[in-house]
Design a protein around this ligand. Structure first.
Ligand code: ARG
Length: 456
């Protein structure tokens, strides 16, 4: 295909160079946004009298036809084309002849691609927000069922203090709520319309940039033409939000993987969300969770790609920036895929409450509560801590637990112990006494769930 810029050149570009240079293989996905962007531009050119109104209308109709043809499969992307922008413009010119050639008045591919990418990512970000909210909903619904499901909370992966499964799930909900907030915030910087920046130095035509922004539904326009074409902060910011989101998913998946092991057996994945081994007949593997953990590396990699790609670029546009698309598209696709796979996996898994409870009973996770019991009877915390430590050592020696240790043994270490100690160190009591805001008590977690659902 003859290049739109062929005028200055004496021979055609080398085939390999053409392939190397071309981005249509990955930027074709922005075809709708490119077409809508061009429709807005052509409309504004007509309204401003920069091109005749009749021709502007023809261009709009031609572009609408192209969109319909792509959508019905009548028009196939030409791999030879340099990018989606050139492809659509040449299709328009094929259709309209001279009129089609007027579309690119007062515009450069540099501001065009900046517009398309922002416009495309605005839609994708909305979808990402929706999917993250759907995941929050799944977590909250599961949490609602488990506000009394006692489990051990961990530090250093050692049993620490009693919590509930609901409380554990709601910790992730807090992370996901922050992810939504970050995505919503990044929308503010995305929602700025760069067309009119031209190649780098604006344009001499009397365009109306606000009108284009209005047609396309952008809240603002960029304020410096050099920055307008060479800013990719919005890609970096979105990918950074997505890398954090993936890090959260990955931490949860790591827990799923642990909980599926026979050593924990806190949950059982639905058969539809687990896989077997080609040689070991007994195996049921949490591949999905492992893949989400693995794909986190890809998204972090995408972020590093974008930062590294931008860090040495002089103003304004440089072709390096064409590399932005594969990275940002990969990050967006990967996160969408992970969110839509994780939600039903969590929804369908079986929570093995009894196993959680049994594991919680073994780790002296009520030792802090035992010490607090003495404190509430007047002892200084350090002394209470010391005495409880001795009690734990005694239990280990006698191969028993605090709940089963006879009162006489308690009383040998402190006279403050009376029969109500057993009630005080009951795991349910331990959880429900932690009724501080943000704590694991049933009431406190119910409040968290209510607030999270309200935030959606
Ligand atoms: N395909 C190009 C990109 O993605 C479009 C902009 C091309 N501009 C240019 N001056 N070569 O960045």
């Amino acid at each position: 295909m003859a290049k739109l810029w062929a005028g200055r050149f004496k021979k055609e570009v080398d085939q390999k160079v053409n392939d190397f240079n071309s981005s249509i293989r990955f930027d074709f996905r922005m075809y709708q946004h490119d077409i809508y962007g061009s429709i807005a531009h052509a409309t504004m050119l007509g309204e401003q009298g920069i091109i005749p109104l009749a021709e502007s209308r023809k261009i709009v109709c031609g572009l609408e036809e192209i969109l319909a043809e792509i959508e019905t499969g009548k028009l196939i992307f030409d791999e030879e084309a340099e990018d989606i922008h050139m492809f659509i413009e040449s299709e328009l010119t094929k259709k309209l002849g001279e009129t089609g050639k007027r579309l690119h008045t007062a515009r450069s591919r540099n501001d065009q691609v900046a517009l398309d990418l922002r416009y495309y990512l605005k839609d994708e970000t909305n979808e990402l927000i929706g999917l993250t909210k759907a995941l929050i909903q799944v977590f909250c619904e599961l949490a609602e069922e488990h506000t009394e499901t006692v489990m051990s909370g961990y530090t250093h992966l050692q049993r620490a203090q009693p919590i509930t499964f609901a409380h554990h799930l709601m910790a992730y909900v807090q992370m996901f709520l922050r992810d939504v907030e970050r995505l919503e915030d990044s929308q503010k910087r995305l929602d700025v319309m760069p067309l009119g920046s031209g190649a780098l130095a604006g344009t001499t035509y009397e365009i109306n940039r606000y009108r284009v922004a209005e047609i396309l539904g952008f809240s603002d326009i960029t304020k410096n033409s050099l920055d307008g074409v060479s800013d990719r902060d919005f890609c970096i910011e979105l990918t950074s939000d997505l890398a954090i989101l993936m890090m959260h998913l990955s931490r949860f998946c790591e827990e799923i993987i642990l909980w599926c092991s026979w050593e924990f057996k806190f949950i059982e994945l639905d058969d539809a969300y687990a896989t077997g081994s080609s040689i070991m007949p007994q195996k049921k593997n949490p591949d999905i969770a492992e893949l989400i953990r693995g794909k986190t590396g890809r998204v972090i990699g995408d972020l590093v790609t974008l930062l590294t790609m931008m860090k040495g670029l002089s103003l304004a546009y440089n072709k390096d920036m064409q590399e932005d698309k594969e990275a940002i598209f990969d990050a967006v696709d990967t996160v969408k895929l992970c969110l839509t796979t994780l939600a039903p996996m969590v929804e369908t898994m079986t929570v093995l409450k009894d196993n959680m409870r049994q594991a919680a009973a073994k780790g002296f996770i009520n030792a802090t509560d035992c010490a607090d019991y003495l404190v509430k009877k007047g002892m200084a915390f350090r002394d209470a801590y010391h005495i409880t430590g001795k009690l734990v050592a005694l239990c280990i020696e006698k191969q028993t637990v605090l709940e089963a240790l006879p009162l006489s043994e308690y009383q040998q270490l402190s006279e403050l112990f009376t029969a109500d100690i057993y009630e005080a160190i009951d795991l349910i009591t331990c959880v429900n006494e932690r009724n501080v805001i943000g704590g694991p008590a049933k009431l406190a977690v119910e409040k968290q769930i209510k607030e999270a659902l309200a935030a959606l």
